[in-house]
Write a protein that binds this ligand. Sequence first.
Ligand code: COA
Length: 177
Amino acid sequence: MLTLLDLELGIWVTLKNNERVLIRRFRRTDGDALYDFFINGLSEQSKRLYSLQPLDWSLVQVVVSEADAPQVLRLIALRGEQIIGYAYWRQQLFNPKIPIVSIAVADSHQGLGLGRALMELLIEGAQLKGMEGLELHVFKHNHRAVTLYRKLGFKIVGDTDNGRQWIMMLWFDPYER
Ligand SMILES: CC(C)(COP(=O)(O)OP(=O)(O)OC[C@H]1O[C@@H](n2cnc3c(N)ncnc32)[C@H](O)[C@@H]1OP(=O)(O)O)[C@@H](O)C(=O)NCCC(=O)NCCS
């Protein structure tokens, strides 16, 4: 069974192309690699799908500053020293037991099962930390992402961003809703 220590130390996963990558919790020393991932790992299209805010050095500094914060679980997928996937959840002030999820996989590694692996570990990490579920927002035209989230059990509960994005929820106790 997975433990939070496993997430700190790292877990090896095998992708559909048989490449093995290490997934572990983001550390303070990972800032440069994260910046490189934002700048070189993601195409302009992926950036637009992923984030409404600029993926720049000031964002990386915020991420580094809260590397050890208990209200956030950030995971990175590594090929050697290079980050090829990044996913996290963050507790919301008004609904702390239902954190918000965010995820991006490098264009070079999309469609190989890495997104699913990162999401499954985020979900397990949330369960281990006593969360009740997860929420995410996704552009309606992002079919790959919506398919992934549906397969993991997320359900559409509404929309936001002037109707451009779905709000999707996963409740860990299926009898709760
Ligand atoms: C969305 C994203 C995180 C998915 O990660 P990924 O590693 O590419 O996805 P996976 O290979 O794990 O595929 C997951 C599922 O999606 C499905 N899928 C893959 N490619 C697909 C496509 N082009 N269209 C529809 N479904 C697709 C597969 O059936 C797969 O299911 P399986 O695990 O049962 O085989 C990744 O593509 C990405 O970062 N995209 C750009 C940024 C982004 O969109 N972020 C999400 C913002 S909400």
